[in-house]
Each structure stands twice: as C-alpha cells, then as structure tokens.
Design a protein around this ligand. Structure first.
Ligand code: G5P
Ligand code: MG
Length: 221
C-alpha cells in the first residue's frame, strides 16, 4: 500500500494526560501502528546510544529534547515502517510548532487528538505510575494495577518508576507543555484537523475518541 493511503494521526496532551493509555486502546480497536516518542527516546537511553546519552539529561530534568534530534528520530522511524496496513499513531510528537512544521513537510496528518485533563488530576496520577521499560506498558497503583505489585503482567519482569516522574521534573514538564501547547493547538486548528477531548478520566474520554476515529478511519483498506 502506498503511504498516502495510510491513516496518519497524533495524540497530544500534557504529561500524564493519558496519551499512552488512550493510544493502547486505539491500537487495540483500530490496528494503527503506535510510535511513542518518549518510549523511543527511553530505548535509546537504555542502550546508551549517542542519541540516548544526549537526550538523557533533558529528559531526566523534565526538559524537551532539541527539535532537530527528535524530528530526525521520528521521521527516520516513520520512513522505515513496514507492514503497516491501516495507518500510524504518533504519541507525544510534535510538541513544538517547529516540530509540527517539519512533520507536515513529510507527512500530512489526517487527525490530531488532544487530551485536555486538568493539571491537578495529572499530578496525582503520576505519583502512582509504574512502567515496564522494555515494552512501554504502563500501570497505575489505583487505575490499572499490575496483577502482582511491582511486576509486569506479561513478562513477570520488574516495573520501575520513571526518573522524570519525580515531583520537580513533573512540574517542569507541565510548565513546558503550557508554554508550547498554545501555538501547536493553533497550528492544527488552522489546518482543520484538531479534535479536543476534555475530561478527568480516561475511561470516560475514550468512548468519544473512539466515536470520532470510527468516523474517519476507513476499515475497508
Ligand atoms: P513521554 O514519555 O511522552 P509525557 O510526559 O508526554 O512523557 P507521559 O508521562 O508518558 O507523557 P501519558 O502517556 O500522557 O504520560 O499518560 P499515561 O502514561 O497514559 O498515564 C499516566 C498515568 O496515569 C499512568 O500511570 C496511567 O495508568 C494513569 N491513568 C491514565 N488514565 C487514568 C485515569 O483515568 N485515572 C487514573 N487514576 N489514572 C489514570 O516523554 C518523556 C520525555 O521525553 C522527551 C521529553 O523530555 C519528555 O519529557 N520527549 C520529547 N522531547 C522533545 N520533543 C518531543 N516530541 C518529545 N517527546 C518526548
Ligand atoms: Mg506516555
């Protein structure tokens, strides 16, 4: 299939707004290929690649990795995708207007979903987050706890808390989001492809996201 027939979307939202949680449901119900930029970066950090060593300090302090590095990483991944049948879903990219413009030059998105969750709700959630680093699977001690506390359901491997989930880094990440989000939202509003979903619980937001995507993803492909 030529890439122009693929459904191309991104999910935006503050740190902890539920991008990963909603993405896993989109993958389950619509079969899109999921690319989480945070997961891609964490994999590079874990493997101690040149890019990982460069990104590490920005990430652990809650800062943004420079645009050119992230754009090259994402566009490289998108251009090397194979066996994608329906389309792809970016999670956490773009985060700045220059990233959005660089993406637009190579790939025109069909839909941009933005999760609008109050920051006070987010701060509480992040305290209880545990992740399985190799797969990116995310748990929460209250919302979706693992079957055995501290261990991944599928592999039985230990879960960790992300270094950037420390309160100071979370505050920095939320601040960055505030700073960058307005021009980004405006950019996609002007393109006419933005859909915003407000709420405090992923389970209540999800049916609306699903309904929206069902109207725009062509299952006949
Ligand atoms: P990431 O990894 O993309 P963030 O900060 O954008 O990190 P994050 O933290 O991964 O986003 P999320 O995916 O939006 O959050 O949220 P989630 O993991 O699904 O949910 C958060 C927690 O809440 C989980 O424990 C989940 O189980 C729980 N939860 C979900 N819904 C509910 C609910 O309804 N109720 C309750 N109680 N709990 C719920 O990026 C990391 C870093 O990488 C760099 C940056 O340094 C960034 O900080 N980076 C980039 N840098 C530059 N440009 C880019 N484009 C970059 N992308 C990443
Ligand atoms: Mg995430």
């Amino acid at each position: 299939m030529s890439t122009s027939n693929l459904f191309k979307m991104t999910i935006l939202g503050a740190p902890g707004s539920g991008k990963g949680t909603i993405s896993s449901r989109i993958v389950r119900d619509f079969g899109l290929k999921h690319l989480s930029v945070g997961d891609l970066l964490r994999a590079q950090v874990m493997r101690k690649t040149e890019l990982g060593l460069l990104a590490q300090d920005y990430m652990s302090s809650g800062g943004l990795v420079p645009d050119n590095i992230v754009v090259n990483l994402v566009c490289g991944e998108l251009n090397s995708l194979s066996d994608v049948k329906t389309g792809w879903l970016l999670d956490g990219f773009p985060r700045t207007k220059p990233q959005a413009e660089a993406l637009q030059l190579q790939h025109q998105l069909n839909s941009v979903v933005s999760l609008e969750v109050p920051h006070a709700v987010i701060v509480d959630r992040i305290k209880g987050r545990w992740v399985h680093l190799p797969s990116g699977r995310v748990y929460n001690t209250e919302f979706n706890p693992p079957q055995k506390p501290g261990f991944d359901d599928e592999t039985g491997e230990p879960l960790i808390q992300r270094p950037d989930d420390q309160p100071e880094a979370v505050a920095q990440r939320l601040l960055n989001y505030e700073r960058n989000t307005e021009p980004l939202i405006k950019y996609y509003k002007n393109l006419g492809i933005l859909q915003q979903f407000h709420g405090t619980e992923s389970n209540k937001i999800w049916p609306f996201v699903k309904e929206h995507l069902a109207t725009c993803i062509d299952f006949k492909k």
